[in-house]
Design a protein around this ligand. Structure first.
Ligand code: VG1
Ligand code: CO
Length: 543
């Protein structure tokens, strides 16, 4: 058959954000839109001849269509082999796992993660490099540059094979191998965690609810929790991936996973609750009447890392994104290991993990992971907690409270202002930046500003520099106010305001975080002219 060279013209705005290119499905459906971006990826990665690519997505609307197009384009670019998950499915962590295990050249993930799906929803595409992790920024910028000057893309005119049948077929000379999307991943999890102990825990009557939110985590949770670990059938709910996630945001936070929270806070709640997002790289951990703050979850995992067989030798270090609370820093100090502060987005953890400088990574946005792959990993975090519950014999809330008693509590909250007018949001950030020089030493509502800057990160491994990564105002007592604009939204701008206050006093650990953080929120609103500039009285989402 024939390899076609199709003339095309550039689309504006194909710059990858925090995690790949995310747009409305309708934008991706424009003729050539997906093709242009994929051509730009293949032009940037270098010689594809004879290479192996891994391909799959979170099952949302347009996933299959995109996989078929990418297969035909990969064949036209000389790839020898593409490993594609059955049904075009691979969770983000599973793709990372397969890239590493099969020593592939790279991978393409189709997902808009926690953003809603369906014809009216969002779609996304992201390139992962040979370490299994998201392409670093210099790479994504090169892809963007390529989209600006594109004149043609190459594609085979052969149809893509049936993606629901495991096995090998061909497009042109290229092998298409439809693989079991859960196999490699499940084997890796069984290596890292004490499955015998978790199995015994479930056998003893321990109860759990895992809410897969109709997203790609369902098949993984079914296979591992109800399959390998013997949790009773029905432990996993909403476990069949739907193209529109049942009309919900597949976002595991207390607002979007309200049904799980309601169950966990009601009388007769199961012992443990958890949820993952659209592509199963995020996790929410819930105990009886307690949702665990993601920053605390990272700190607790770090403090207890050695309970899991995969981490018995201890951890080399921790990395957290800048807006994530400093709770993990306290654990790192106690363990005598470094804690790195990176910009938002998992791509910044790759070098530290590859260099063996850190073992655990996390973000406040319900993302936790380790050096086992190069993406955050929702199921991994759930299994870590199960391993910890099995090893300690304690419930979630006791583990969290004991952690606070030992290290103090970093009271934390994120306020999101979604779909704000873009120029108003840019103006707010510029206004904040303009004040930074004069803030240090200023007193505000009982706090004294110790440091005010726009976060700049120099990668300790390759010395690459990322600038303008968020405005942070740090008080002398360690309290922090952080502002940044989201790089994953598809409508207007989303302003994220992150608030943190350290509370050593045990007696104050039960006060509502919003009450504890009210003073900092007021300072943030005043300094940024939030209400005046956005017209918003309240955040859209508080987590
Ligand atoms: C958000 C989170 C960030 C996360 C990113 C991708 O980015 O804040 O921590 O890495 O989503 O996660 P932003 O730029 O919107 O704040 V996922 O699960 O959407 O791939
Ligand atoms: Co995600």
């Amino acid at each position: 058959m024939t390899i076609l060279t199709v003339a095309t013209t550039p689309f504006a705005g194909q710059r990858p954000g925090t995690s790949g290119l995310r747009k409305k499905v309708s934008q991706f459906q424009q003729p050539g839109y997906l093709e242009n971006f994929v051509q730009a990826i293949f032009a940037t990665v270098g010689d594809c001849q004879g290479q192996t690519l891994v391909l799959g997505g979170d099952g949302r609307y347009f996933n299959r269509t995109a996989v078929q197009v990418i297969l035909r384009m990969a064949a036209a670019h000389g790839f020898a082999r593409v490993l594609v998950g059955r049904g075009a499915i691979l969770s983000t962590p599973a793709l990372s796992c397969v890239v590493r295990k099969r020593a592939a050249f790279g991978g393409i993930v189709l997902s808009a993660s926690h953003n809603p799906g369906g014809p009216q929803g969002d779609f996304g595409i992201k390139y992962n490099v040979g370490n299994g992790g998201p392409a670093p920024e210099k790479f994504t910028e090169a892809i963007y540059l390529a989209t600006l000057s594109i004149a043609a893309y190459r594609i085979s005119d052969e149809p893509a094979p049936d993606l629901d049948q495991p096995g090998v077929s061909h497009i042109e000379q290229m092998q298409v191998e439809v693989i079991d999307p859960v196999g490699d991943y499940c084997a890796l999890m069984a290596d890292l965690f004490d499955f015998a102990a978790i199995r015994a825990l479930f056998a003893s009557g321990f109860t759990m609810r895992f809410d897969a939110m109709h997203a790609v985590g369902g098949p993984y949770a079914h296979a591992i929790l109800e399959g390998m670990l013997g949790a009773p059938a029905g432990t996993v709910v909403n476990g069949t991936p739907l193209e529109d996630f049942g009309g919900h945001h597949p976002d595991p936070n207390p607002v979007n996973a309200a049904a799980l929270i309601e169950l966990m806070f009601a009388p007769g709640a199961p012992d443990f609750g958890a949820a993952c997002d659209g592509d199963c790289d995020r996790n929410m951990i819930v105990g009886r009447a307690m949702a665990v703050t993601p920053s605390d979850s990272l700190a607790i995992i770090a403090a207890n890392a050695t309970v899991a067989p995969g981490y018995r030798a201890g951890i080399a270090g921790i990395a957290r994104s800048m807006p994530t609370s400093t709770a993990p820093d306290r654990v790192a100090r106690a363990l005598g290991v470094p804690c790195f502060e990176t910009p938002t987005g998992w791509k910044y953890f790759g070098n530290l993990l590859d260099a063996g400088m850190v073992t655990l990574c996390g973000e406040e946005s319900y993302g936790t992971g380790s050096n086992h792959i190069r993406e955050k990993d929702g199921i991994w975090a759930v299994l870590f907690w199960l391993n910890l519950l099995a090893a300690s014999g304690k419930p979630v809330d006791a583990i969290v409270r004991e952690h606070w008693a030992r290290f103090g509590r970093n009271v934390y909250s994120r306020h999101d202002y979604e779909a704000v007018d873009s120029s108003a949001a840019e103006g707010l950030m510029a206004h904040l930046r303009g004040q930074l020089d004069g803030l240090t030493g200023q007193q505000q509502r009982g706090f004294t500003v110790a440091l005010a800057d726009d976060f700049v990160y120099t990668d300790p491994v390759d010395q690459s520099v990322a600038t303008k990564q968020g405005v942070r105002i740090v008080m002398t007592d360690g309290s922090r106010i952080v502002f940044r604009l989201s790089g994953t939204g598809t409508e207007g701008a989303t302003i994220r305001l992150y608030l943190e206050k350290y509370e050593a006093d045990l007696a104050r650990h039960d006060i509502d975080p919003q009450v504890v953080l009210a003073g900092l929120a007021a300072i943030a609103a005043e300094l940024s002219q939030l209400k005046e500039r956005t017209g918003r009285e309240h955040p859209t989402i508080v987590t």
